[in-house]
Design a protein around this ligand. Structure first.
Ligand SMILES: C[S@@+](CC[C@H](N)C(=O)[O-])C[C@H]1O[C@@H](n2cnc3c(N)ncnc32)[C@H](O)[C@@H]1O
Length: 729
């Protein structure tokens, strides 16, 4: 059986017709074929045919092991889930037979490594349809789905992972992702930023489309990075930002990703509609906006400084990566060449001694098969007429620009477009992609980089940007709490948080500026960026939810908590617990109950309302503990797993809500599923059935609770995170 049969994904190859039947999209497009055959991209017709054959096939499955949803603290997560995959899942994927052929097992991709692990990226040449059909894949599929929901595995097209890798993000970098939605590359940028324990930089993810910037929020909030900001600007006019209230010097970005909107003809293996919709005008029409975004990125990029004598870089390297999922030179080399030409001849840049150039990436990503960028190409108008040169007075050049044409001989020498990277589907069975890395540089600075003084009057581009990005008048919904706020004080006292707990980076997301429902935390630099640029930034999202006011909490005579103060009903969100734990004395904190008993944890995790009597039977120590803590508040069960035999080796701590007679584990459904699967080897179907049953019982119980005025918190209140909109009301 050929690759075609296995990897072809029927799900993506058609569209419902109006009569409701399934209509195959024909994988042919004569305009596309003629256009690409005329470009100097493929060696000969034979190579084009191979390329086309691959374009018609579905993509193999690729998946990457990430550092999980506690991106700031959980560095062992990647190793742990990877080991689980290699020991428990992978052996079942060897020698799988389908239609009398053995499907080769997944293989690792050598050019994607983390500091700790060499084999974090895997490729499996099999379609989703077969995976769903065949029982042998069931466990593998469940594993992928579950770990993906939990943020431990990222499902992303192989070639789409290259641009963030070439940016070489460090934990100290200020990173801007100019066109970020849906966010798969931003996710990688955050992984790199958090590759060491203390990230002092940040990632700002931007998208011009309001809805898509919210989609970005949905994708990225699950990884809980306090160093992330999501904003909503047109990248062509991305505002200049400042730090530390120093309004004389603008803040430049050390790493910028320009993954611009494009015709997407490198994605036709996945998006079959490209076959139907591809036109010459598609690429031509995007050229100018792509160039504008790239030029704006280059403007905002930190300038690398080199010593005069030895030409050595002073300080860290800043870079910008430009990428598209298109193979069209008009969207790629033409944009890159135009940016080089325009930037390096702009009097403003010349006066400041700043230039840009392409970086040589040939030694990066060893093992990745690639082709050099091209120096010339053919330009066609929407009528498919080949045009030798630009003529602004000609009707044939309507809606075209001079920058679409190839560079001159001298420019070819200077631009080094061969440094661009082209990836074709047939090179290593992937989608198509174009990537190149730029640097902005200045020679002759002996000392540490100086900040650039603004001189707006000489800068034409800034005038344009200022005209578009008038100060935002929207109310600020991201308000930092004063560090002596009484609620913060009460929370710190209740949880016995040490004096080093950072109280000054806690914020609320409502116009009143008071902690109504949730309190979030950010990194110090994110706070700085938000506060200094309140008037300039259209901020959509920042902050990791840390404390939540438990709404089910009411004070009644029956539950013995008649005089509850606010401190009792603020619980710690599970995802923020590892961060909070850094400021707790794990030995002495009286809210922590330690257990090594798997059965104890199992019982707690199995039931929404786990009765104390049952737990006392398993561990009599728990009775003493309960007598010493406040009923009606949040506490913790610490599962000490040293020397444990099961898959998860790390110790686990869970927030629990202590009711009068029973407790609730305050973890979400997905984590509950993962832990029940891994710790107790339960089948996912059984867990889901159990969750449903418990949820029904919880509802009945809640109703009873109302009538009996016996207050308990239900894990339903943990469930879906309250969205900002509802909170802002
Ligand atoms: C190729 S996609 C980006 C994919 C993304 N980098 C990822 O890996 O998930 C291009 C994105 O650019 C956004 N976009 C289009 N025009 C834009 C503009 N002028 N400024 C900023 N974003 C823009 C689109 O909404 C779209 O989400």
């Amino acid at each position: 059986m050929g690759r075609n049969k296995r990897a072809n994904n029927k799900q993506n190859s058609g569209k419902r017709s109006q009569t409701g039947g399934w209509k195959e999209i024909e994988k042919e497009n004569l305009k596309w074929e003629t256009y690409y055959k005329k470009q100097p991209i493929f060696k000969d017709d034979e190579e084009f045919e191979t390329f086309k054959k691959f374009c018609k096939e579905g993509l193999p499955l690729t998946f990457r092991f990430t550092n999980g949803n506690n991106i700031t603290t959980n560095n062992d997560r990647q190793k742990e889930i990877l080991t689980l995959f290699k020991e428990k899942i992978l052996p079942n994927l060897h020698n799988v037979e389908y239609e009398n052929e053995i499907i080769p097992a997944p293989v690792t991709i050598p050019w994607y490594k983390s500091d700790e692990n060499d084999d974090i990226l895997w490729q499996y040449n099999i379609s989703k349809t077969i995976i769903r059909k065949k029982d042998q894949f069931k466990r593998f599929q469940q594993f992928l789905v579950m770990e993906n929901v939990l943020g431990n595995i990222a499902r992303q097209e192989l070639v789409s992972m290259i641009p963030p890798l070439l940016l070489k993000v460090k934990p100290t970098d200020r990173v801007l992702d100019m066109c970020a939605a849906p966010g798969s590359k931003t996710m990688q940028l955050l992984e790199f930023l958090h590759s060491s324990e203390e990230a002092t930089g940040f990632v700002m993810a931007n998208d011009a489309d309001f809805k898509r910037s919210h989609m970005l929020t949905h994708q990225l909030k699950k990884i809980n990075s306090p160093n992330l900001l999501i904003v909503n600007h047109d990248a062509q006019f991305f505002p200049k930002l400042f730090l530390d209230n120093d309004f004389k010097n603008f803040m430049s970005f050390d790493k910028i990703l320009c993954d611009v909107p494009c015709s997407g003809d490198g994605t036709m293996r996945k998006n079959v509609n490209v076959w139907k919709e591809w036109t010459i005008q598609g690429g031509n029409g995007l050229h100018q906006i792509q160039l504008n975004i790239l030029k704006r990125g280059l403007k905002l990029l930190t300038c690398n400084k080199y010593t005069k004598d030895s030409n050595e870089l002073i300080g860290n390297e800043a870079r910008l990566v430009y990428s598209t999922c298109s193979l069209n030179p008009i969207e790629n080399e033409a944009v890159v060449a135009a940016a080089l030409r325009e930037f390096n001849s702009d009097p403003y840049n010349v006066k400041r001694g700043e230039r840009i150039r392409l970086l040589d990436s040939s030694n990066d990503l060893k093992g990745l098969k690639r082709v050099d960028g091209i120096h010339w190409w053919k330009v066609f108008n929407r009528e498919a007429e080949e045009l030798a040169e630009y003529d602004e007075n000609s009707d044939k050049c309507v809606k075209m620009s001079k920058s679409m044409w190839p560079p001159t001989k001298e420019e070819i020498e200077e631009f080094k477009l061969e440094r661009c990277i082209r990836i074709y589907p047939h090179l290593q069975n992937t989608g198509g992609f174009f990537i190149t890395a730029f640097e902005k540089y200045k020679v002759g600075e002996e000392n540490a980089p100086k900040r650039v003084k603004l001189d707006e009057t000489e800068d034409k581009e800034e005038e344009q940007v200022a005209a578009v990005t008038n100060n935002t008048t929207e109310p600020n919904l991201f308000i930092f709490l004063p560090n002596d706020h009484e609620v913060i004080q009460a929370i710190a006292d209740y949880y016995e948080l040490s004096s080093s707990f950072p109280r000054d980076t806690l914020l609320v997301r409502n116009a009143s500026g008071q902690p109504i429902k949730s309190i979030y935390y950010t990194s110090p630099i994110v706070k700085n960026v938000i506060q200094t640029n309140e008037q300039r930034l259209k901020l959509v999202f920042a902050g990791v939810k840390m404390f939540i006011q438990q709404s089910a909490m009411k004070s009644t005579p029956e539950n013995n908590i008649a005089n509850v103060t606010s401190r009792f009903n603020w619980r710690i969100q599970n995802e923020s617990l590892p961060h909070a734990m850094k400021f707790m004395d794990m030995e002495k904190n009286k809210l922590i109950f330690r257990t090594t008993d798997k059965e104890f944890v199992k019982l707690c995790m199995f039931h929404n309302f786990c009765r104390y009597e049952e737990l006392f039977k398993i561990d009599p120590e728990f009775k003493k503990y309960i007598e010493n803590v406040n009923v009606g508040g949040c506490a913790f069960i610490y599962f000490d797993r040293q020397g444990s035999e099961t898959d998860i080796k790390e110790n686990l701590m869970f927030p629990v809500w202590l009711g009068k007679n029973c407790l609730n584990f305050m973890i979400n459904k997905e984590l509950q599923q993962e832990l029940l699967c891994k710790l107790f080897e339960l089948k996912i179907e059984a867990i889901k059935a159990l969750q449903e049953k418990e949820s029904k019982q919880a509802k009945i119980k809640s109703a009873l609770v109302e009538t009996e005025t016996q207050v308990e918190a239900t894990p339903d209140s943990v469930g879906p995170v309250i969205d900002e909109a509802s909170e802002q009301k």
